[in-house]
Design a protein around this ligand. Structure first.
Ligand code: SF4
Ligand code: SF4
Length: 338
């Protein structure tokens, strides 16, 4: 990424962070799924299928418009494999047109020099690729050996920021591969992060001693800002629960291919309301609701968004929220009768 472009992006980010600190009443980050289908089938993943069709462009654009209307700062396109969507460039363009930061999460398989140049032109600002191992195995084919050529293309042509995420846990056989991935990322001029993989319900799988020590080593190589923002991972790696306020459904939105808002990829079904009908009333309820799955959650981006409001607005359990709603309704009933 060119230096001037990088500085411009950092300034824009700083503006969005200031806005988020001044007001807690808009989403900071939304993950938008225009394509559930994926070309791979990673053993730990519950976020793909092999048959669904791309969401039509006009439908995706309407969802982006609604996210802009809610005041969202960053939209990250995810999947499945979003590079399989035939109109991905137009989707990126539309996010930028609506004044939001445009990011993409991909498995990296479809990057060619031409594809990268088209994404430059569309205005993509961030790309994250997760690489799970050095050699492909039955758990994952997101492998350094297969993807190295794609990484070199990105290093040569990408005008957007590239982050390579390596992973530990979740059935990945050789934890030391994460170190090889992080070293290669730094060598090619990318930022590098490391994550603990969640299991099928988004919760923790404790790391072994060997995994823990490699995890710490990889972290030292990586993005310092990221390491500062992800101190929760130290507790998670130790197998200890972490206390924080998950603001999913409010400051973070997960919008699936059917256009429904969910807490996150691992808690689909809650609240499960269509984005087009999502109101600030829904936002406020989810902002205040304590999430039962929070203490062992490993979803880095939702944690990072949570930091913005961790110091304010304590949450209530769903039962307490329901009780509060009931009392309000009862009070309204009494006032109406009077
Ligand atoms: S590439 Fe990503 S979406 Fe596809 S199966 Fe693997 S983890 Fe899931
Ligand atoms: S704590 Fe939040 S982000 Fe984590 S699994 Fe639960 S709802 Fe999802």
């Amino acid at each position: 990424m060119r230096k001037t472009k990088f500085l411009k992006l950092k300034l824009r980010e700083a503006g969005f962070i200031t806005r988020a600190l001044l007001s807690s009443r808009h989403p900071v980050l939304a993950h938008l799924i225009p394509m559930r289908r994926c070309n791979l089938a990673c053993g730990y993943c519950n976020e793909y299928d092999h048959s669904s069709q791309p969401v039509p462009l006009d439908v995706v654009k309407k969802r982006i418009d609604k996210l802009a209307q809610l005041g969202t700062s960053i939209v990250t396109i995810s999947g499945g494999e979003p590079m399989m969507h035939p109109q991905l460039d137009e989707i990126v363009q539309h996010i930028r047109l609506r004044g939001m930061i445009a990011g993409l999460i991909s498995n990296g398989y479809y990057f060619t020099p031409d594809r990268i140049k088209r994404l430059n032109k569309a205005g993509l600002e961030y790309l994250q690729i997760s690489i799970d191992n050095v050699e492909p195995d039955e758990v994952s084919r997101k492998s350094l050996r297969i993807l190295d050529k794609k990484l070199r293309y990105l290093s040569d042509y990408a005008d957007f920021h590239v982050n390579i995420n390596s992973v530990i846990g979740g059935g990945i056989k050789k934890p030391e591969d994460a170190l090889a991935v992080a070293r290669r990322a730094v060598e090619l001029g990318f930022s590098s992060t490391v994550g603990v993989i969640h299991d099928h319900d988004g919760t923790l799988k404790p790391l072994s001693e060997r995994e823990k020590s490699i995890f710490q080593e990889v972290k030292k190589l990586g993005n310092k800002d990221h390491a500062r923002l992800n101190w929760f991972q130290d507790s998670i790696a130790e197998g200890k629960p972490y206390k924080w306020r998950c603001r999913a459904g409010a400051r973070y939105l997960y919008v699936c291919e059917d256009g429904l808002v969910h807490w996150c990829s691992q808690q689909r079904g809650y609240p499960g309301i269509p984005l087009e009908q999502y109101t600030m009333e829904d936002f406020d309820r989810e902002y205040k609701t304590e999430k039962w799955c929070a203490p062992t959650c490993t979803l880095q981006c939702v944690h990072q968004v949570g930091i913005l409001d961790n110091w304010r607005d304590p949450q209530k359990t769903p039962a307490e929220m329901a009780q509060e709603r009931k009392s309000k309704e009862a009070l309204n009933g009494i006032l109406r009768t009077d």
